[in-house]
Design a protein. Sequence first.
Length: 211
Amino acid sequence: MEMIEMLGAALGLATLAGINLYLTVLLTGLVVRFDLLSLTQKYESLQILGNEWVLFVAGGLFVVEFFADKIPWVDSFWDSFHTVIRPIGAVLLSLSVLGDVDPVLSVISTLLAGGAALTTHTAKASGRLLINLSPEPVSNTIASVSEDGMVIAGLGLIAFSPVLAFVVSAILLIFCLFLSRQFIQVIKKSYGGLRSSLGKVRRRVFRQTNA
């Protein structure tokens, strides 16, 4: 049962890291640092996240992401930059949860954590790109705040019941896979329409300049 809870916590943190890695590390580190929840009693290997330097770096990067995440197109650039960083961070988080375990379990956890983070990251990044194609900039702020709230709620669920967090994470990942596919299809159509419109404008300008 304890191993299932550890896997649930590892997958849960990895799923959240794909949405906002720095907030996940920062809040988990604060929980560990100030012993706010019984989570620290179950997972002694997470003590490293409570280190002041880890908190300082995670906090600083979260502040940068907090503002970058609310600016149209800057958020998409930030997401593209973190396509590799978030999954790697998720893998390191999951290994921190498991600590010293069987190497086979570590490999399985690495694969699951990397895949989970990449799935939620893809859903977030494609959703943000779709928002940026719309003319309404307030949506970026709403999406960003909602994502941060999801991370906070997810961490609370992991602390309350890692097993339940595992189930919810699995459902969320399936939903994110579906959303990512839908978002990407819409984005392709939008880019196709935009390219067609730009082509018409170029042809019209060319005809006018040569008339």
